[in-house]
Design a protein around this ligand. Structure first.
Ligand code: OSB
Ligand code: MG
Length: 379
């Protein structure tokens, strides 16, 4: 397989409701899609970076620049026998996992399609149904949060994750646990606490949470290793894990007992596979995180979630929770039992709504080894 050109598009999309985390509020999404054109067909992916560098160091704009200026030149016109080799070609570029992941994931879609296999099968997935959870943003008051939890449970979701931040933590979680004593409940701090907050975080041990996600800074595996022994509740690392070596370090240091795998954050499907294999060997449960993706990013998440070791429900929920109209057909649907049926068509297995994508596109470029041609400027 050989990538001959890459089409990058930036789309405007608006979430149905604002989503608040400890690092900010998101409603208007800038979604960057890549379409790779190979000698064996086309593949699609999404850059899962946020608009600003507050979740991790990348943004959708830095990923665009990295893709155009450095990464595309490394992968274009090179013959590879598998998408794993695409990741290797980009190895010397430091960081930029989300930019790399987008190129690698699109190559996986093209590769799976060319083999007539679903992406799930091409990756080695073993499930035809995955369990779906929800991530609930910080709410202005607890009454609204309780209503939101009730609605998600009525829709079938198997696990509820509450975003927390200082001042919106112990009392909020206590209220939810009191109203819903038996549900699979977790919290996600997105790095909002410091080791000195250990006594406050210990109070969360009273609520039978499945895990506390990323309480401490985004690049602090060591400090999580000092916190985990002080808590009864498992720590789940998200922001800290940028690849399999971080996962190795975190497990060896006892910094967590669960890992959230996000394709973008770790650099793509090949890296995600390595982390899930390591975690299986070490008895560390993993699950698939989300980045408020459009259907294209979500389709990749669904395929990855079918690998063994993805034992907890992921943040992979229905298109309807996020968008009035998604850019894939059919949309991602969740059954009343809180499951998603994994598509069986070749590649990501959903039809790409190219007309809808074009309608929302605000900038577009073709990356080839010859020259970068801007087609239509940013608005
Ligand atoms: O930490 O998991 C996170 C969204 C944006 C950035 C980081 C995170 C999230 C979510 C939402 O929790 C997951 C989703 O529903 O896509
Ligand atoms: Mg998280």
């Amino acid at each position: 397989m050989r990538i001959e050109s890459i089409t990058a598009r930036e789309l405007k999309m608006r979430l149905k409701a604002p989503f608040e985390t400890s690092f900010g509020v998101t409603q208007d999404r800038r979604v960057v899609l890549l379409e790779v054109h190979t000698d064996v067909g086309t593949g699609w992916s999404e850059v899962t970076a946020m608009e600003g560098p507050y979740y991790n160091a990348e943004t959708i704009h830095t990923a665009w620049i990295m893709g155009r200026e450095f990464l595309s030149g490394l992968v274009l016109d090179v013959d590879v026998s598998s998408p794993e080799e695409i990741s290797k070609l980009m190895e010397n570029v430091r960081g930029q996992e989300m930019a790399k992941a987008a190129i690698e994931c699109a190559a996986w879609d093209a590769f799976a399609r060319s083999e007539g296999k679903s992406l799930s099968h091409a990756l080695g997935g073993t499930r035809d149904v995955i369990a779906s959870g929800v991530s609930l943003g910080i709410q202005s008051d607890t009454g609204r949060l309780l209503d939101a939890v009730e609605k998600e449970l009525a829709d079938g979701y198997r696990r509820v994750k509450l975003k927390i931040k200082p001042g919106k933590d112990v009392a909020v979680v206590a209220a939810v646990r009191k109203s819903f004593p038996d549900i699979d409940l977790t919290v996600d701090a997105n790095s909002a606490y410091r080791l000195e907050d250990a006594d406050l975080l210990k109070q969360l041990d009273d609520f039978g949470l499945s895990y506390i996600e990323q309480p401490l800074p985004w690049n602090e595996i060591y400090q999580h290793s000092l916190l985990q022994p002080q808590l009864k509740t498992a720590i789940c690392l998200d922001e800290c894990i940028h690849g399999v070596r971080d996962a190795e370090a975190a497990i060896a240091l006892g910094a967590c007992r669960v890992i959230n795998i996000k394709l973008g954050r770790v650099g793509g499907h090949s890296a995600a596979k390595k982390i899930q294999a390591l975690c299986m060997a070490k008895d560390i449960p993993v699950w698939c995180g989300g980045m408020l993706e459009s259907g294209i990013g979500r389709a990749h998440n669904i395929a990855m979630s079918t690998l063994p070791g993805f034992v907890f429900p992921g943040d992979v929920s229905a298109s309807q929770r996020y968008w009035v109209e998604d850019i894939i057909d059919p949309e991602v649907n969740v059954t009343p039992q809180g499951t998603i049926h994994v598509p069986t068509d070749p590649g990501i297995g959903y039809r790409i709504k190219v007309d809808e994508i074009e309608r929302r596109t605000v900038r577009r470029e073709e990356w080839t080894n010859r020259v970068s041609i801007p087609v239509g400027a940013a608005q």
